[in-house]
Design a protein around this ligand. Structure first.
Ligand SMILES: [Zn+2]
Length: 273
């Protein structure tokens, strides 16, 4: 009995939670309770809290790291406000970091750490509990400049767009594609990392169409494909049907989260949807 009790305590302590806020926004809560927030446009119209008329920022009282795949407004979202409230450290490329500080008052100390990184690099965060790798993405990246004068561009340089592979110790390895087209070098991401779950942009129009998104799932050899960045506005892919059907042909497990939903991993196993 003691062994069973000890085992279930150990198991509970090893849970990783992944929550979707609609669009490209997710939190990952590690077994030790560290919170990573990716592309925090929490005020997006798909967010369940927004639909319910609640302040969406109340859902993230504790954030340790904010990860930005690129500088577009639907990804930076409320990063500045959340950074000010929580003290979260920014993980992004140096161009985004520099311009967010200069143009929209992102707290400088939180944007000038060794968590600023480049594509191809890996960093250790959360006292070594998490490794973050920045991966390529084929897209654009710019930082909106609300201070632009009449003859200045309102989009400042945002460096190269990216995706992230997030390796959680005693937890899953998670791939967030960011906004990207399909590219065949995604296979290298699948070779390098053992992806348990891929959060894949299927929005089309400005990035990956659903059929190509299924190819991306195959290329990175994910054990589970979850769609994101769709149905936020009328110009995008409106549902996951085509993506799901293509994945079925490719025999890749598919799961669609609902905005506001949390899934739980115990170790590298998905235990609750
Ligand atoms: Zn986007």
């Amino acid at each position: 009995m003691l062994i069973v009790a000890a085992f279930s305590f150990f198991a509970a302590a090893q849970e990783t939670q992944i929550k979707w806020f609609g669009h490209a926004a997710f939190t990952i809560t590690t077994p030790k309770g560290k919170v990573l927030l990716i592309d925090p446009w929490l005020s997006n119209p798909m967010n369940a809290d927004v639909k319910a008329g609640k302040d969406p920022l109340l859902a993230v009282p504790k954030v340790d790291y904010i990860l930005l795949t690129h500088g577009h407004r639907d990804h930076v979202g409320e990063a500045v406000e959340i950074a000010k409230r929580t003290g979260a450290i920014l993980i992004a490329n140096p161009e985004i970091a520099g311009n967010l500080v200069k143009l929209v008052d992102f707290p400088a100390k939180q944007a000038q750490t060794d968590a600023i990184m480049g594509i191809g690099g890996e960093i250790q965060i959360a006292d070594g509990e998490v490794t973050v790798a920045m991966t390529p993405a084929v897209h654009t990246s710019s930082v909106f400049n609300p201070k632009a004068g009449p003859n200045e561009p309102e989009r400042a340089y945002g460096g190269s767009p990216a995706g992230f592979v997030i390796i959680v110790k005693n937890g899953p390895t998670i791939y967030h594609t960011g906004d990207t087209a399909y590219f065949s070098d995604m296979a290298l991401i699948g070779e390098q990392y053992q992806i348990d779950v891929a959060l894949i942009n299927i929005g089309g129009h400005t990035a990956m169409e659903p059929k190509m998104a299924a190819k991306a799932a195959k290329a990175v050899r994910t054990k589970l494909a979850i769609p994101q960045h769709f149905a936020t506005d009328p110009g995008m892919t409106q549902d996951s049907a085509v993506f799901a059907a293509e994945l079925k042909l490719l025999k890749i497990p598919f799961y669609e989260m609902k905005p506001g939903q949390t899934i739980i991993y115990r170790g590298r196993l998905l235990v609750k949807k």
